[in-house]
Design a protein around this ligand. Structure first.
Ligand code: HEM
Length: 119
């Protein structure tokens, strides 16, 4: 277990592919797609990829807001939060990420719940 999560997810390239799939999943997930109707999709994909690269042990490339500031006032529900986790899990599966890494990613995402739901 000497490699960082960043490396085990395939580095910049692997994480960018996963992040793109997460956003594509959001856009067709009926529980959350409305939230992203006005979004600049390329910008959102870049934010998702850089956030995850930085958060898993890659370079410090994320320039966006912290999770509380990014989601404050949106009144995001628990089911919307679950839907986003579902989309992340599906993207990890699609990119053939192993179970151990899937568990680690889900844990990291879940731990942000209190900064995102009903804030
Ligand atoms: C652990 C779960 C989540 C993570 C890691 C996450 C991450 C992010 C990041 C990195 C940004 C970009 C912030 C910036 O550019 O400054 C963002 C924006 C956003 N998030 Fe989340 N998010 C999560 C859950 C959710 C949920 C559950 C919803 C609602 C369904 C949501 C809706 C949004 C919206 C609407 C934006 C703004 C999009 C835009 O600028 O067009 N997020 N999120």
């Amino acid at each position: 277990m000497s490699q960082s999560l960043f490396e085990r997810l395939g580095g910049n390239e692997g994480i960018t592919a996963i992040a793109n799939d997460v956003i594509d999943n959001h856009l067709v997930n009926q529980t959350v797609s409305n939230r992203f109707a006005e979004s600049d999709v390329a910008g959102l994909k870049n934010a998702a990829a850089t956030f995850f690269i930085t958060g898993t042990g890659g370079k410090n490339v994320y320039k966006g807001k912290d999770m509380l500031a990014a989601h404050k006032g949106m009144n995001i529900s628990a089911s919307e939060f679950m839907a986003v986790l579902d989309d992340a899990l599906a993207a990890l599966e699609k990119n053939n990420i192993g179970q151990r890494e899937q568990e680690e990613v889900l844990y990291v995402l879940y731990s942000m719940r209190s900064q995102i739901v009903r804030v």
